[in-house]
Design a protein around this ligand. Structure first.
Ligand code: ASP
Length: 461
């Protein structure tokens, strides 16, 4: 093994790797006196313990294994872990549609920093294209690296920047747009974009991944294929999120940008449409719409760009025994809007009533949503709800809490007149409020059903 392949290993650890014919970035099974690990051999950080082999497990966690305990190391035979990717020379094919890929960072545009073992957002868009050659089968993919941030650091500056970049790409005549973004806050960005870019003529598809693109088990390639296919070929001219549907990866789902939510912190199959059914299924060959009531692709470029944002809006998750000081702090700090994710049909405890009244009297717009996620705010059912409404709190129908938060930021950026804000909030723009939730929308058709069936069939005697 050359020194570059050993990447920091010395002494006994280096000798051990050599004796089993394995090197850094190989995926291996390591058998120890006590147990067995499957993972990728990571380079050793400078000054690291010479007596340890460090593995990145499939769960994403790193583990250091003492050399003396290791009995055997074998390669799993999986593709080797790549550290650099060639940038692809992009040559347009005039028969294919032009699609714009805008990258903002997130895991999908990240690689593992071998010095620290941490994932950092440093993947060039051209590398992404080279990494998944199938993408060029669907379109001429033109890339724009807009930001390089993990999505927890996305805020108004980036939201406005993304909206403007999308508007530019529509005006430039692109056939579809793909936005690579961290998965953690993708549903926030997708809902705000749905309000800022109304009636778009082309698909605007958001994509991310839970495992960095340079990892063997990454979901990035499939998610990219499904989303680029959607942007190139589908007639769904809406802001959507496209990602692996079932745990088995066999198809992707296209979720409406205002009804989607990240529902698993680490699973590759993480996005779910909430309170509705997804827009469509997609695999490498076909796109199957699951409904027909979506905004259809058009040739014109007439869309409405409505950029506005009020930053002094808070989203608070109610919990039993919440004290009024939380609301008081928002009043003191000059907040203009509060979204509450209340319990059940939209409730909070009596302790906070006076603070809510005070907030309302001071001109803060208060919007109620439900922390159950599925279902509607219904404040006429219990005395509690009626009382809270009498304090000036507006029921937010079936707006998801995060979507309500961004819609309120967006509405208060346009007007401070509460009647007008209420009208904007309660008038659906992009499917964020629906008349009813279909009965089959409660976790059905969202992937995972075959797995549930398999699980249950094993339990049947
Ligand atoms: N923390 C990352 C992000 O949201 C996670 C991901 O991309 O999946 O940027």
């Amino acid at each position: 093994m050359s020194n570059s392949e050993s990447k920091g290993y010395r002494g006994k650890a280096l000798a051990l790797l050599k004796s089993f014919g394995v090197k850094v970035w190989n995926e291996v099974i390591v058998r120890t006196t006590e147990t067995e690990f499957i993972g990728i051999i990571l380079p050793r950080s400078a000054g690291g313990n010479d007596n340890l082999i460090v593995l990145k497990l499939r769960t994403g966690y790193n583990v250091g294994i003492k050399v003396e305990k290791i009995q055997d190391i074998v390669k799993t035979g999986k593709e080797e872990y790549l550290t650099t990717f060639a940038k692809k020379e992009i040559v347009d094919d005039p028969r294919k549609p032009n699609v714009k890929l805008i990258t903002t960072g997130g895991t999908i545009a990240s690689r593992l920093d071998y010095r620290t073992g941490a994932v950092v957002p440093a993947f060039e868009p051209e590398e992404l294209c080279a990494f998944v050659p199938e993408l060029s089968e669907y379109c001429n993919l033109h890339t724009e690296k807009l930001y390089s941030v993990l999505s927890e650091d996305i805020g108004p500056e980036q939201w406005l920047g993304i909206a403007k970049a999308v508007a530019r790409a529509i005006e430039e005549g692109y056939h579809g747009i793909v936005i690579a973004h961290g998965t953690d806050t993708m549903h926030y960005t997708s809902s705000l974009l749905s309000f800022m870019i109304q009636n778009p003529p082309i698909p605007i598809v958001m994509v991310g991944s839970q495992r960095s693109s340079d990892r063997p088990a990454s979901d990035a390639p499939l998610n990219l294929i499904y989303s680029v296919k959607t942007a190139s070929e589908s007639d769904i001219a809406e802001v959507s999120v496209c990602a692996i549907g079932p745990i088995s990866d066999s198809y992707g789902l296209i979720h409406r940008g205002t009804r989607v939510r990240k529902m698993h912190s680490s699973h590759r199959s993480t996005f779910r449409t909430i309170g509705d059914i997804p827009l469509a299924m997609v695999d490498k060959e076909k796109i199957i719409p699951l409904r027909s009531d979506y905004n259809k692709r058009r040739k014109d470029r007439d869309f409405k760009l409505q950029i506005s944002f009020e930053e002094k809006v808070a989203l608070i998750y109610y919990y039993p025994n919440m004290k009024p000081d939380i609301i008081e702090a928002l009043i003191e700090n000059g907040y203009k809007g509060i979204v509450i994710a209340g319990t059940g049909l939209g409730h909070v405890n009596k302790q906070v009533y006076p603070a809510l009244k005070k907030a309302h009297d001071k001109g803060i717009f208060i919007l109620m949503t439900v922390q159950t996620l599925w279902g509607y705010v219904q404040m006429y059912v219990y005395e509690t709800g009626r009382k809270i409404m009498s304090l000036g709190v507006v029921p937010g129908e079936n707006l998801l809490p995060e979507v309500a938060y961004l819609k309120l930021c967006w509405a208060l950026g346009q007007t401070t007149n509460h009647e007008k804000v209420k009208e904007i909030i309660l008038t659906p723009i992009a499917g964020e409020i629906t008349e009813r939730e279909p009965t089959n929308a409660y976790l059905i058709l969202q992937g995972g059903i075959p797995e549930v069936e398999e699980f249950i069939s094993k339990l049947k005697l």
